[in-house]
Design a protein around this ligand. Sequence first.
Ligand SMILES: NC(=O)c1ccc[n+]([C@@H]2O[C@H](COP(=O)([O-])OP(=O)(O)OC[C@H]3O[C@@H](n4cnc5c(N)ncnc54)[C@H](OP(=O)(O)O)[C@@H]3O)[C@@H](O)[C@H]2O)c1
Length: 258
Amino acid sequence: MKLQGKTVLLTGASGGIGQAIAQRLAAEGARLILTGRDRALLKTLAQQLPGNAVFFAGDLTDPASQQQLHEFVRSQGGIDVLINNAGISQFGLLAEQQLSALMAVNLMVPMQLCQLFVPMLTARRGAVVNIGSAFGSIGFPGFTGYCATKFGLRGFTEALQRETADSDLQVLYLAPRATRTSINSPAVDALNQAMQQGVDSPELVAQLLVQQLQQGRKRRFIGWPERLLVRLNGLCPAILDFGLKHKLKQIKHFALNK
Ligand SMILES: NC(=O)c1ccc[n+]([C@@H]2O[C@H](COP(=O)([O-])OP(=O)(O)OC[C@H]3O[C@@H](n4cnc5c(N)ncnc54)[C@H](OP(=O)(O)O)[C@@H]3O)[C@@H](O)[C@H]2O)c1
């Protein structure tokens, strides 16, 4: 897909990866509709971007807010691309996970926005990009709730890809690995450092997303060895069971001493 002149609805635009995506898409000549809850940040971002960007501030877990967003998009002449990027994460053992919030933001919102916008996007031969995670393919201790939502989003995306395969709609899935943004708490940063986990910049994720959209590539997993581990976990999960059992003491140390 050529991005020049296309209108893109980007959720989570006020976040680390979202801001980088917004900058990249604007540089490609796309017009942005930015969403998030932080009105002041969205306003500043919209003013900084070239190409007449606009913003809609609201909590997307609120059905009324979703409807208002739909009306706002229509008032702006519609969209060609929806990027479901908004997300939250929690690191900690199962007992302390806020499962409803994780499910609402990471899974229900992208599915509901697809329901709202897929008819318009299909008619315009547009695209949906759902931002998953390496943890949408690898169950990782300390991230039970987050993993469940991202596994769900991957499954939803795959089913929607196949359901719309007889149309010109593109349904894409991008799975970043750890990326330097404030979604990761200091405990997660410390764990990543202790495990020598590679951490990407939001700008790299944005660059790869734009490339994926331009190429129409259905699935993309960022990072090495994460790409290998995702495949390995699909083929032979016992190998990762073993590896992660050996890391469990270290992971629990960071999860319990936040
Ligand atoms: N960073 C990583 O390590 C990493 C790795 C893999 C995948 N990802 C995925 O990448 C995506 C972007 O994450 P990020 O790292 O950029 O995180 P971030 O900096 O924390 O940004 C999260 C964004 O989601 C928005 N958001 C959260 N709850 C919302 C709600 N109820 N309604 C509307 N917007 C809401 C936030 O808006 P406000 O701040 O305005 O409320 C913010 O714009 C997420 O889907 C995440 O799961 C991130």
